[in-house]
Design a binder for this molecule. Sequence first.
Ligand SMILES: [Zn+2]
Length: 184
Amino acid sequence: MIDQSKIKEGVRLILEGIGEDTTREGLIETPDRIARMYTEIVGGMEEDAAEHLSKRFHVKNNEMVLEKDITFYSTCEHHMLPFFGKAHIAYVPNGSVVGLSKIARTVEVFAKRLQLQEQLTAQIADAFMDNLAPQGVMVMVEAEHMCMTMRGIKKPGSKTVTVVTRGIFKDNEKLQNTFYQMLR
Ligand SMILES: [Zn+2]
């Protein structure tokens, strides 16, 4: 459970730490606003991907399903700054599929917490393997990290790309190439 009073106290300390006057008009409600905001941006911690992936539909056709360009917003755990971009998920069913909207919901569950992009990519893939048991899954995440673009090396527009393969996508260059071609 999220302890809003601790967040408020922490934000007040940061404001004091940077030399701000916490009683001025623009800042007076800032700790409160940020505390409420955190319940949303890290709310995925209280969610279980299994909830979204448990509703399945049986299929006879086990051809690859790709959901691409799923926009997400996450928070880097090293700097607590946003990173955001698109996730692309392909899986080869093993007799059952999930509703398309549930694929995006699964991304949200893992994006809405303090994250590393590499870990986010793997968690999405593992959630599919664990809950839907497809023949295989491939996940690609492309994201811009504010900790790279507004501070540090300041390279606006640069993107980090991570890929995870599980099941039959592993070591299957032909399947992987199909995935990349479908992204174009
Ligand atoms: Zn960072």
